[in-house]
Design a protein around this ligand. Structure first.
Ligand code: CP
Length: 318
C-alpha cells in the first residue's frame, strides 16, 4: 500500500481485522518500526479524535510526530493554480507540499469538502496534490469524500460487538443545523459494502448519497421501516449531494432524531456515531448515554485503525 485514502485499500477484511486485533492486543510490539521516522499530520480543519488518536498511533509505533494546523501559525495558503497572488495568501500549496515532504517520512492530511465546487470536492483536489507533490506516502485523516480511518474503526467496533454473523446495520441521516460533508456516510457505506451484512441507508428525500458510495445498500426514505430489527444504528448528518442542492441543508426534521422510541423499533440495537455529536439533534441524551451506546469504543478504536494503517504504510514503503 503506497497511500491510504479509502477503506477499500484495506484489502481482505478478515486479514485487516486480524491485523487490527494484533495491534490492539500488542500496542507497543512494533516500536522499532517507526524509530527515526517522522510522522507529519496536516490539519486544514478542526479535530479532536483524529488529532489525538493518530498522534498516539504514531507514538506507539516509535515515530516522531509533528502536527501542523495550517490555519494557525502557518502562512495562509493559496490552493488554486493560476491565481495572481496579490491577496492575503502568502504561499502556494504547490511549494508548501514538497517542503512539508522534506521534513517527514509519512503524511496524514485532513481536508474537508469546501462546498465551493462539487467537482473539486469529489476529485479530492487537495488530498491528491499531497499524493502528487509530497514525494511521501500519504494517508487521509478525512478528506472531501471519505473518512477511512473512522470507517475502519467503526467496522472494527461492529466486528467486536456483533452477535450474529450477518447483522443488520442501518445508517440513518439525522438533523443538524449546519451543512456537513458526506465524507463519513460515503466512507461508512463504502466499508459496509465490503461486508456481507444487511446494510440499509435511511435518509429523507433529497439526501441520497452518490450512487458509487451507496453501492448495493438498500436505500429508504422511511426511517421507522429501516430501523425495524436493526442490530446497529449508525447515525450521521450529511448535507445534500444531488444536483444544485450540493452542500445545502434542506431541512432539520427532528422526527429523524434517534430517540428511545426509535431505538425501540430495533433488535435492541447498539447506537453508533463518529462524534462530535449534537445531542438532542442527532440523538437524545438517553440513547447516547445508554449501555448500548458504542460512541466511546468507536473513538477508542481510532487509535487501533490509525496504528494498523500507519504500520502497513511503514512496512510497505520503508
Ligand atoms: N470522528 C472524528 O473524526 O472526530 P474529529 O473530527 O474530532 O477528529
Amino acid at each position: 500500500m503506497k497511500h491510504f485514502t479509502s477503506v477499500t485499500q484495506l484489502g481482505d477484511l478478515k486479514d485487516a481485522f486480524a491485523a487490527a486485533k494484533y495491534v490492539k492486543e500488542h500496542p507497543f510490539a512494533d516500536k522499532a518500526l517507526g524509530e527515526n521516522k517522522t510522522l507529519l499530520l496536516v490539519f486544514f480543519n478542526n479535530s479532536l479524535r483524529t488529532r489525538l488518536s493518530t498522534q498516539k498511533a504514531g507514538l506507539n509505533l516509535g515515530m516522531n510526530v509533528i502536527v501542523l494546523d495550517v490555519n494557525q501559525g502557518a502562512w495562509k495558503l493559496e490552493t488554486e493554480r493560476g491565481v495572481i497572488m496579490d491577496g492575503d495568501k502568502s504561499e502556494h500549496l504547490l511549494e508548501a507540499i514538497p517542503v512539508m515532504g522534506c521534513y517527514c517520512d509519512l503524511i496524514g492530511v485532513r481536508s474537508f469538502a469546501r462546498f465551493e465546487s462539487k467537482k473539486d470536492d469529489y476529485e479530492e483536489v487537495i488530498l491528491n496534490q499531497f499524493i502528487q507533490y509530497s514525494g511521501k506516502p500519504v494517508f487521509s485523516m478525512e478528506a472531501a469524500t471519505r473518512h477511512p480511518l473512522q470507517t475502519f474503526a467503526d467496522m472494527i467496533t461492529i466486528e467486536e460487538h456483533k452477535k450474529t454473523a450477518k447483522p443488520k446495520v442501518v445508517m440513518t441521516w439525522a438533523p443538524h443545523p449546519k451543512a456537513l460533508p458526506q465524507a463519513v456516510p460515503n466512507s461508512f457505506a463504502e466499508g459496509l459494502n465490503m461486508t456481507d451484512y444487511e446494510f440499509v441507508i435511511a435518509n429523507p428525500e433529497g439526501y441520497d448519497l452518490a450512487p458509487e458510495f451507496v453501492g448495493k445498500a438498500k436505500v429508504t426514505h422511511n426511517q421507522d421501516e429501516a430501523l425495524e430489527g436493526a442490530d446497529f444504528v449508525y447515525a450521521k448528518n450529511w448535507s445534500a449531494y444531488e444536483g444544485d442542492n450540493y452542500g445545502k441543508v434542506l431541512n432539520q426534521d427532528r422526527n429523524w432524531t434517534v430517540s428511545k422510541e426509535k431505538m425501540a423499533l430495533t433488535n435492541n440495537a447498539y447506537f453508533m456515531h463518529c462524534l462530535p455529536v449534537r445531542r438532542n439533534m442527532i440523538v437524545t441524551d438517553e440513547v447516547i448515554e445508554a449501555p448500548t451506546s458504542l460512541v466511546i469504543p468507536e473513538a477508542a478504536n481510532r487509535v487501533v485503525s490509525a496504528q494498523t494503517v500507519i504500520k502497513k504504510l511503514l512496512q510497505d514503503n520503508y
